[in-house]
Structures are given as C-alpha cells and as structure tokens.
Design a protein around this ligand. Structure first.
Ligand SMILES: [Fe+2]
Length: 300
C-alpha cells in the first residue's frame, strides 16, 4: 500500500516573526532560508526549508507537509482519501513554488488541520550551516521530526483510521493519571523508522499542536540548547527527561507562538517487520518536570 514517507515540513502562523527568528536561529540552531515581511523560512539540513513561519494572528499550527515518494503514490493516497469522503484539492503552481516542491495536494484531517501531500522537496543551493550546533539535526529517512496534535474531542479511532489512509501505523499508546481524576492519553503513529511522526493527545492544551520534536545527533547539543534557552529566559514547558517509548532524551521549550518544541537526542528507530504495539503507563521514565517544581525546589 502506498504511504507517505516522512514529515517534510511544518507551517506555523505566527504574530511575531522576529521572535521566531531569534528563537529558531539563536536558541535552536536552525538557519534562515528566506525572510520577508510575510514569511520566515528556516532550514535544518540540506533541504530548502523545513519550518515555514507565516505572518498572522493565529499563533498555531497552520499546515503539515508529508512527502510521497512519487506522483503515483500521491495520487493513490488522494484517491483513498476521496473514496472515504475527504476532499483533496490539487495545489496550483504558485503553492508548489511557495513550498518548493514539484507537486502538491491539500486536504484536511478530522481535526481540521491542513495536511499537504507533496512530491520532491527541493534541496538548498548551499550546505546547511549553524553557528550554534556542534553536530547536526537528524532528518533523513525519518523526516524532520514528530508532532503531537491535540485531539480536541475528536474520536481517536477516527484519527488513527484517517492517518492510516496516509500509511501511518500505530506504534504504541501511553495513558497516565497526571492529576487526581485526570488521565492523559497519547497514541503514537509511525510512517517510517522514526518511533512516531504523528501522535494524538487528549490533554488540555489551547493549541492545535502540543509540540514539534526536532532531534540532534550529539547529546551535548541538547545540553547547549537547554542552556541557551535558559540564558535567554525562554519559558520552559518541561525540564530535561526521557520518554519510555521512543527513548528520547529531551526538554520542552515554549515557542513564541505558545506551543512547544521538544529538543531531543537518541530517539528510537523501529523495525516495522518485528515491532509489536505496546501500551505504557508513564509518559516519562524520568524528568520532564514542570519548571515551577524545580523553581520551588531551588528556592527552598
Ligand atoms: Fe515528543
């Protein structure tokens, strides 16, 4: 069955592009690809762009781009979605040019999130360069990272089935009582070796996306980014910690648009042939504490 191969780019509608540039470049170690009044694009690797920050008031996820290996795969996925009653529109040449892809089609998931299916994301003319990173971002076959989307009351089965039409398979699920009577539940889906590319969470959070994870090749780059964010007094969502399912060693920092970036190292690569779906009862093996807990401890 034809499947998307990776999450190739993510679009954010943001009210403060200059804050995003400082956050992305100075704190995370991304590189500016292009900058205009209406848009800021950022690079993580040899591709023309990975983050597309569009000026606007939403301060939320605007779109997600999933790569298809061929035009035939894109058409097969589009046909499957249409047969199931989801409209899919062919993107025109101006949209393809804006995204720097050869072909593009636009649809919407059951949450109302704009999903773009594309073929052929362009390479940049120059090598990736960051003054901040000592290693590099891990992209390649696992794509640019993973996103955790808020379920916002939509039935989880419907979401898993819809993303299943894109070729996603369930990796595992976690549920944990985070406060008396409040159970956080997250379902993790993969479309390549990366443990998950998309996840759905039922926790209360005011944005479409809880976080987007980017991964570095050297653990020291996590620590250095942690210090840069702290020195810049960028608000944290969670301190350093590790997840029990994808083994990611990471911290969560608030973006200028209010959702988070998870900055990680050591993410699990799974083998689809032997993988068994699991259910876990803990979101983090250790760490990932709310910053106020640490703050109170240090003050005590
Ligand atoms: Fe994550």
């Amino acid at each position: 069955m034809s499947s998307v191969t990776e999450l190739g780019y993510v679009g954010i509608e943001a009210s403060k592009l200059t804050d995003w540039e400082r956050f992305g470049v100075d704190l995370l170690g991304l590189q500016v690809a292009d900058r205009s009044d209406g848009q800021l694009t950022l690079r993580m690797d040899h591709k023309a762009h990975r983050w597309i920050i569009v000026a606007g008031s939403a301060d939320d996820l605007a779109f997600t781009g999933f790569e298809c290996a061929s035009e035939a795969d894109l058409q097969a996925i589009a046909a499957r979605l249409r047969a199931a009653g989801t409209p899919v529109n062919d993107g025109d040449a101006s949209l393809a040019a804006a995204r720097k892809v050869q072909r593009i089609a636009v649809t919407s998931d059951p949450l109302g999130n704009r999903v773009e299916l594309y073929v052929g994301l362009a390479d940049a003319a120059t090598a990736f360069r960051s003054d901040r990173l000592s290693s590099s971002f891990i992209t390649g076959q696992g794509g640019m990272g993973h996103q955790v989307l808020m379920e916002r009351g939509v039935d989880r089965r419907q979401l898993i089935d819809w993303y299943g039409m894109l070729g996603f398979k369930l990796t595992d699920t976690i549920s944990q009582e985070v406060a008396p009577g409040i159970v956080a539940e997250v379902a993790f889906l993969h479309c390549n070796g990366r443990h998950h590319t998309v996840a759905f969470a039922n926790m209360p959070f005011p944005k479409r996306m809880h976080h987007f994870m980017i991964e570095v090749a050297d653990i020291r780059d996590v620590g250095l980014a942690y210090d840069r964010c702290m020195d810049a007094r960028q608000p944290f969502e969670m301190t350093l910690g590790m997840h029990p399912n994808d083994h990611m060693f990471s911290f969560y920092v608030r973006t200028p648009s209010g959702m988070n970036v998870e900055y990680g190292w050591g993410g699990l690569v799974i083998d689809e042939a032997t993988w068994q779906v699991q259910h876990l009862d803990k979101l983090s093996s250790w760490g990932h504490r709310p910053p106020q807990v640490v703050s109170e401890l240090l003050q005590a």
